[in-house]
Design a protein around this ligand. Sequence first.
Ligand code: 5GP
Ligand code: MG
Ligand code: MG
Length: 187
Amino acid sequence: MQIADVQEAIDHELVSSKAIHDKITEVAAQVSRDYAGKDLLLLGVLKGAVNTMAEFSLAVSIPVGLEFMSLSSYGSGTTSSGRVTIRQDISTDVRGRHILIVEDIIDSGRTLAWLVDELRRRGAASVEIFALLEKPSRREVEVHVKYRGYEIPDEFVVGFGLDYNERFRNLDSIAVLKPDVYQGVQA
Ligand code: 5GP
Ligand code: MG
Ligand code: MG
C-alpha cells in the first residue's frame, strides 16, 4: 500500500489529538502540584514516549530534569519477556532524586516493573509512573501507575510516538491501522 499521508492509513481512531492534549495538560498540572518544592526528574522511555514527554514537560510548571533511556525487552514477537536490557542509559546519578517515568503505553507491565526496580536499586528517593495509555486486559505484572491516561482495548495501536515497524510515530492521534498497511510497510 502506497501511503501519501499518515492519516490515510488509519482504520479507526481510539484517542484523538485533542483528548491526548487535554489529558497530558491535566496530568502535568497534578504533577506540578504533587512535586512542588521537590527535585523531580522526568525519565522518558525511548522512543515511544518522545511525543508524550515533549508535550508533558512543556505543561509542567515546576523546574524539572529531563532524561531518556532506551530499553529493549526480548520476547516472542509482540510480547515482552521481562528480560530487559538497557540500550542507552542515563548518565545522571539518581540517588536521592524523585523520578517520574514517562511512558507511552503499559501492555504486560514487564518493562516498567523492571525499570522501577532498577531505579530503586540505584537509590532513587521515589519512583512513580505516568503512562499515557494502558491495556488492562493484557497486564501480567502488577505495577502501580500513579498518573494514568487512557485505557484502551487489546488492539495494536500506533501514533503519538508509538510505531509499527518504526513508522507512524508522527501521527498526532492514537489509532489502529488499516489491515493492508501491515503488509505494505517496510522497516
Ligand atoms: P510491556 O513490557 O508493558 O509489555 O511493553 C510495553 C511496550 O511494548 C511499550 O512501551 C511499547 O513500546 C510496546 N507496545 C505495547 N503495546 C503496543 C501497541 O499497541 N502498539 C505499539 N506500537 N507498541 C506497543
Ligand atoms: Mg514504550
Ligand atoms: Mg515499537
